[in-house]
Ligand binder design. Structure first.
Ligand code: HEM
Length: 459
């Protein structure tokens, strides 16, 4: 774990961009998708370098990010806009030519998302501005106005050498208890790999871990190598690390999802409070975050929005079905030790789209059918072994043999089985559920090291 006493911690954090090991935490964001104009490589490189310069650079290192979090905690001083920069394989080719773009070890990154075998809609159906961009600059701030003004300023400053093909805005959404939710209404961002000692201390408090030798049921601790790899374009500097990054714009049909939940309850003959369990069995958690593996009703856990210290019983799907989204994407000890842990990603997603309804009003008719969703974003050391493995081998796998029993209902494509009595394996019944998440475009990127960004025009 990275504690403040760790001998390598500061040097490592100075070498990487912020947001990789620790989430930026701001509630408003803009993803700028950018493509460089022909013959303008020098100008584009100078602009990228400029993002790391000045008193308050847009792009800050992992070390600067932590200093500003500490300053904010102590003095309440907001450090202003936060940014991080990502380059696709096509972007590397544009800047440095094919040979250097080929230095990357990850084949999926080199091929790009449009060529990935993920059962996605064809490229021509993706949002136009999200088709094969060179760069993605993520801007984040506590103020929506500030995100807007920095976005406009940047767009103006690079008009002569690039095309900004799309600006996708993100806005955090919260439930009545202040926990961050996604548009179907479920608390999100609970289960993450933890890299820092202070995060682990908080986790122990939230998850009632008093005696580490006895109380740990699920261990979220991770080494930085889960998400960091050496930057292939910088040699001889062990702190020049970067991370592979996945962006997917996933539109959610909230009304369709809620109608399907109600129809599934009818199929299974569940009524009253039992009906609430349907959504929980699709996601793996109730809307308040409590895992359906642990409780059979919402509102039973005071720490539901942060609780993660649970595990599955690999022989039993009568509490949490094998195909529930969180069991699909992290089967925990359904797999032999370490097998699920090595696939984890640092998820950094944020909802997009503006709602006119109250997500918690219990109504269905007023729920959006589109234009809202999740900007799925994740950092990992390997797209092939982490994001793509989870999406292809687990979420999209309809093989009914354990642990991949049925498709992931949120992000995979079929037929599943549900328990009609919680905890009773003899009560499993087959039932169907539609797909309410539509992929609208995305790309694989690399978040290069700070040294790469600072020296880009000398490389
Ligand atoms: C619109 C699309 C999506 C929605 C609505 C969604 C929703 C959720 C929710 C509500 C949770 C529970 C909160 C938590 O445990 O942190 C969760 C967890 C998770 N999701 Fe998603 N998700 C979506 C897309 C994806 C995609 C594309 C992936 C990866 C391929 C993914 C991977 C995960 C993982 C790894 C977890 C944590 C599981 C665990 O460790 O227990 N999600 N998601």
């Amino acid at each position: 774990m990275l504690s403040s006493k760790h001998p390598m911690r500061n040097e490592m954090l100075k070498g990487i961009q912020g947001n990789i090991l620790k989430a930026h935490g701001r509630h408003h964001t803009a993803n700028l998708f950018i493509t460089g104009e022909p013959e303008k490589q020098s100008e584009v490189k100078a602009w990228i370098r400029s993002l790391t310069e000045g008193k308050n650079p847009i792009i800050s290192s992992g070390a600067q990010q932590i200093l500003s979090i500490e300053k904010f905690r102590k003095e309440g001083e907001d450090s202003g806009p936060f940014g991080c920069f990502h380059i696709s394989a096509a972007g590397y080719k544009y800047l440095f030519g094919q040979e250097r773009a080929d230095l990357f070890g990850d084949d999926s990154f080199k091929d790009g998302m449009a060529n990935a075998n993920l059962n996605d809609p064809p490229l021509a159906m993706w949002d136009e501005g999200l088709q094969k961009p060179h760069f993605m600059l993520l801007l984040a701030d506590t103020s929506e106005d500030r995100v807007r003004s920095v976005t406009v300023e940047i767009q103006k400053s690079i008009m002569f050498c690039t095309k900004v093909t799309s600006v996708v805005k993100g806005h955090a959404v919260f439930n009545g208890k202040g926990a961050g939710i996604e548009h179907f209404g479920y608390v999100d961002g609970v289960s993450q790999p933890l890299f820092f000692q202070d995060e682990w201390e908080k986790y122990k408090l939230n998850n009632s871990i008093i005696d580490e030798s006895k109380d740990i049921v699920f261990d979220p601790r991770a080494k930085p190598e889960l998400v960091l790899v050496p930057d292939p374009l910088i040699t001889g500097d062990p702190n020049a690390m970067g991370s592979y990054f996945v962006f997917r714009k996933l539109e959610q049909n909230v009304k369709g999802f809620k109608l399907a939940e109600a129809a599934l309850a009818v199929q299974l003959g569940l009524e009253g409070e039992e009906e609430e369990r349907i959504g929980a069995q699709v996601i793996g958690r109730f809307e308040d975050g409590s895992p359906v593996q642990v409780v059979h009703e919402e509102g039973q856990m005071p720490n539901s929005a942060v609780f993660n210290n649970f595990d599955y019983d690999s022989e039993d799907a009568s509490k949490c079905p094998f195909h529930a989204h969180i069991r699909k994407t992290n089967p925990r000890s359904d797999l032999p030790k370490g097998e699920a842990a090595k696939r984890r990603m640092a998820r950094r997603g944020i909802p997009f789209g503006i709602r006119n309804d109250d997500p918690e009003d219990g109504l269905i008719d007023n729920k959006p059918e589109g234009d809202v969703g999740l900007l799925f974003m994740s950092y990992q050391a390997s797209i092939v072994d982490q994001f793509e493995f989870i999406q292809k081998n687990w979420a999209n796998n309809s093989n009914f043999s354990k642990p991949n029993t049925g498709l992931d209902l949120i992000i995979g494509q079929g037929g599943q089985e549900y328990p009609i009595k919680w905890g009773d394996p003899t009560s499993m019944r087959p039932a169907t559920f539609g797909q309410f998440v539509q992929m609208k475009g995305g790309e694989y990127f690399f978040a290069p090291s700070m040294r790469f960004l600072q020296e880009i025009d000398e490389l």
